[in-house]
Design a binder for this molecule. Structure first.
Ligand code: GTP
Length: 240
């Protein structure tokens, strides 16, 4: 049997991914596919934590620009949408008999447990998927930053950033046909080249803590499993 490279992971999903092709609302096939992939790695004994975005429901920055809604208010609306996504994903995972706990950074006792770091770690040790909702609980921070923060806090071994492309390219591969994919990148290069992979706060937090990130295509079946088993998938971002 192949050995497991990453025993505790943090998987970051954008809200748009839950929305499938449309990128909005929920795509049931995508939700089922993600749940199946997670069930498989839980079966291997991997501890799985997740951070979910909210862009399929509300995009904080978009609302702020387009409607002139105050940025902090728009960000809180975005955080609420991540809670909706977290409980949707929780329900889908439970249909697959995967035990889950949603922990929210904005207290909402009737709906989910509050975020307590030590509780999160205990849930992971018991084999439950821990879904972190409401980002960091603060405006002006993205869910990518929440993912980096939580990954470091719970001592995960890797931050797996799910996207719809198979890694980081030097230009948008959907527009520039000759775009080249990076196998590996340094945090500083992501920042210097302004590669639109994660926002600079998330990258700097990871850099300061030397925390590795893999950017990969979640729509390719078995990619999550391949990564936890140590296969080369997507782009690895590290200090070296
Ligand atoms: P153990 O400590 O391992 O027993 O963890 P547990 O999560 O099974 O125990 P607990 O009694 O804390 O939780 C039982 C159920 O209640 C789980 O589904 C939790 O997610 C849920 N739960 C716990 N605290 C809260 C809360 O503050 N709000 C909501 N809505 N649910 C909660």
């Amino acid at each position: 049997m192949s050995s497991i490279k990453y025993k505790r992971i943090l998987l970051k999903l954008s809200g748009e991914i839950l929305g499938g092709e449309k990128g909005s609302g929920f795509a049931s096939a995508t939700l089922r596919d993600i749940a199946e992939q997670i069930k498989e790695i839980i079966g291997l004994g991997v501890q799985v934590a997740m951070v979910i975005g909210g862009g399929n429901i509300v995009r904080g920055d978009g609302l702020s620009h387009e409607l002139g809604i105050d940025r902090a208010t728009a960000d809180y609306m975005g955080m609420l949408s991540t809670i909706i996504n977290a409980i949707a994903l929780q329900d889908v995972l439970e249909h697959y008999n995967v035990h889950t706990r949603v922990l929210t950074a904005i207290e909402m006792h009737e709906i989910a447990e509050p975020y307590i770091r030590r509780k999160a770690i205990r849930h992971l040790e018991k084999g439950r998927v821990v879904i972190f909702a409401a980002g960091t609980g603060n405006p002006y921070f993205t869910t990518d930053t929440a993912a980096a923060l939580r990954a470091i806090e719970i001592k995960a071994e890797i931050l797996m950033k799910a996207t719809k492309v198979d890694g980081v390219y030097d230009a948008d591969p959907n527009i520039v046909k000759s775009a080249v994919k990076f196998e590996q990148l340094k945090y500083l290069d992501v920042l210097k080249r302004e590669l639109k992979v994660m926002d600079s706060t998330a990258i700097s937090l990871s850099m300061d803590n030397n925390f590795p990130i893999i950017v990969f295509d979640i729509n390719i079946k078995d990619n999550i499993k391949k990564i936890v088993l140590g296969e080369k998938v997507g782009t690895l971002i590290t200090g070296r």
